[in-house]
Design a protein around this ligand. Structure first.
Ligand SMILES: CC(C)(COP(=O)(O)OP(=O)(O)OC[C@H]1O[C@@H](n2cnc3c(N)ncnc32)[C@H](O)[C@@H]1OP(=O)(O)O)[C@@H](O)C(=O)NCCC(=O)NCCS
Length: 181
């Protein structure tokens, strides 16, 4: 197994790695991840997400993008969104934690989250919040990392497969207060 390295990604890096990041997102969506999109999910749509949403936010400031690499491959990614309102400058949101199905259960997500939390701490963001589909693999991961469940909202998002438009899943809202790192 190759060593995993975590790094933050600049806007220029993101532009360069658009095809790989698009492929990572598609692999997760095709695998059934509930991260905002539904199948069929194509190349154009997945690259448009990184270009129009993520790149725009990176350039505007208020967003950090991390990637995990194994050799030349991008194994996973996560975002720290700290573009919060003036009364919540101590808070940030965890977004789009994605590990490619071929790289799972090797501690990649854990490493990405550690890097994200260390950076949040440096930015003096002491409260992290997130939501995740109730019952997904991410829930035990976040619990293992010390996130608490604030509550569950039923019927939050539709099923991700094209034939699941009538299925609605709950989401779990979680948070973690960061202490000195
Ligand atoms: C959830 C996800 C990010 C986990 O990535 P990963 O790199 O496989 O996770 P890690 O190997 O770092 O796991 C760390 C810990 O999380 C928990 N965990 C991770 N995957 C798990 C699973 N399938 N079942 C149970 N626990 C799991 C375990 O406690 C694990 O520690 P262990 O392996 O020592 O038991 C990955 O499955 C994924 O990308 N899923 C699709 C996208 C998604 O749902 N993202 C979350 C959006 S909120």
């Amino acid at each position: 197994m190759n060593e995993t390295t975590i790094s933050s990604v600049s806007a220029d890096d993101l532009t360069r790695h658009l095809p790989e990041l698009g492929a990572l997102l598609r692999a997760c969506v095709d695998d059934g991840a509930s991260v905002g999109f539904v199948t069929p999910y194509g190349v154009e749509e997945s690259e448009a997400f990184w270009r129009d949403k993520v790149l725009t936010s990176l350039r505007a400031g208020g967003l950090m993008l991390f990637v995990a690499r194994q050799g030349n491959a991008i194994a996973g990614t996560v975002q720290l969104d700290y573009d919060t309102m003036p009364n919540q400058r101590h808070r940030a949101e965890v977004r789009k934690l994605l590990v490619h199905p071929a790289f799972r259960r090797q501690g990649v997500a854990r490493m990405l989250m550690m890097a994200l939390e260390a950076h949040a701490h440096r930015l003096q963001r002491s409260l992290l919040t997130l939501d995740t589909r109730t019952g997904d693999k991410a829930e035990p991961l976040y619990t293992a990392l010390g996130y608490q469940t604030a509550g569950v909202i039923p019927g939050y998002a539709r099923g991700t497969r094209d034939h699941e438009q009538d299925r609605f899943d709950a989401t779990t809202i979680m948070y973690k207060a960061l202490s000195g790192q």
